[in-house]
Design a protein around this ligand. Structure first.
Ligand code: TRH
Length: 365
């Protein structure tokens, strides 16, 4: 059995919360597996929004076994001898640091964005020799056995089941500070989306249902047409710390999520979700969305809704959302969401899989 490796994880925030959110989860997971971890991040202020105990100071701070330090400190730092350097999302390492890696026997990993596209399986784990003479290995998270898997803590599903056995209204109130709880028959929906989402279609779909609906919007309320109408209540709630975000997902019957990290967490909740994928140039994201829907194997109406949501098509959302919530589609969608969670949860999680990959590479040197 080999001893621990030392990990240096580099994260640049492009926009939003996903880069910081994914890197922090991976850093925590590696630390929980007994590995020394330093997380170098160019925007600690963004991470602090997810992790309120992070104090912004130039020297950094150790939290949950992870040394979190500002990126500029890495410009004077040395790579860990014989350790692992993870470059998240091809963020480009500090020049002097990268040059020093060759003489220090470092293993270099590029952590890629999550994708369900089939080519990912062929590229996962492949090396490419870099200018400093060190091979860089491409590590792909993913949904199949031939990829690096998804981020998941070992106790996550047990925590979810225990939590969901408790009264939902009380959980929601404790989490958000809301003064009242939703009625027992209310449909609770979380809305976490990009500003261009087709909210007029959402409003009209939810106001047309003949049952109470609680639409929860965390953080700044999306501007646009959302308002109370018929049984629909639109409720602003605080942006919760990342460590409690799962609990929010577990309170809801349907989760609208976006990007990468909230998608994965909503999958682990095992309930129906509508994903707004992060937009890319030349509509490249639409191909990624198709590949993901192929693997999800959800009812056609749910897939139609997800297409409509991503095509920003208000009319189609107004039509397909009520249809997806109607029986028997709704029960089918719920059952398939649970089944996909079960299938995904028997695979190693991304942190464990990455650690095993690195240990194997070390042994073959
Ligand atoms: O913020 P995002 O849109 O991030 C995106 C994606 O990662 C995208 O792939 C990437 O290219 C781009 O950033 C740069 O969505 P994502 O990935 O879901 O990250 C949101 C994070 O915010 C996630 O860690 C969950 C967290 N969160 C909370 O902690 N509390 C909350 O109340 C909410 C709503 C979210």
């Amino acid at each position: 059995m080999s001893g621990p490796l030392s990990f240096d994880l580099f994260c640049r925030v492009v926009d939003n919360f996903g880069d910081a959110g994914v890197c922090w989860r991976l850093a925590r997971r590696l630390a929980s597996l007994g590995q020394p971890v330093r997380l170098w991040i160019d925007r600690p202020d963004v991470l602090a929004q997810l992790l309120p105990s992070l104090i912004l100071r130039p020297t950094g701070q150790t939290l949950e076994g992870v040394r979190v330090a500002p990126w500029n400190q890495a410009e004077q730092a040395m790579p860990p001898r014989g350790g692992v350097v993870i470059e998240a999302f091809a963020c480009a390492l500090p020049t002097a640091y990268e040059a020093a890696m060759a003489g220090r026997d470092c293993l270099w990993i590029n952590l890629e964005y999550l994708s369900a596209e089939p080519w990912v399986e062929d590229c996962h784990g492949l090396p490419s020799l870099q200018a400093n003479g060190v091979p860089k290995f491409f590590f792909f998270p993913g949904f199949t056995r031939a990829t690096g898997g998804l981020l998941r803590e070992p106790d996550l599903l047990t925590r979810c089941k225990t939590d969901q056995a408790r009264d939902r209204g009380q959980r929601l109130q404790a989490l958000t500070g809301l003064l009242s709880a939703p009625p027992a028959d209310a449909l609770c929906i979380l809305l976490f989306c990009y500003p261009d989402a087709p909210l007029a279609g959402l409003q009209s779909a939810l106001a047309s249902l003949d049952r109470p609906v609680w639409l929860l919007t965390p953080g700044p309320r999306p501007s646009g047409p959302l308002h109370h109408q018929n049984g629909l209540q639109v409720i602003s709630i605080p942006f919760v710390p990342q460590a409690r975000f799962d609990e929010l997902l577990w309170c809801c019957d349907l989760n609208f999520v976006r990007g990468e990290d909230s998608l994965v967490r909503a999958l682990w909740a095992g309930t129906p979700l509508v994903w707004q994928i992060y937009r890319q140039a030349q509509e490249a994201h639409l191909e990624k969305l198709e590949a993901w829907l192929d693997q999800a194997r959800w009812p056609g109406t749910a897939a139609d809704l997800i297409h409509a949501w991503n095509q920003l098509d208000n009319d189609a959302v107004a039509r397909t959302l009520p249809a997806a919530l109607r029986e028997p589609v709704w029960s089918d969608w719920r059952a398939r969401s649970l089944a996909w969670r079960t299938a995904l949860s028997v695979r190693p999680d991304l942190g464990q899989d990455l650690l095993d990959f690195c240990l194997r590479k070390r042994q073959t040197r």
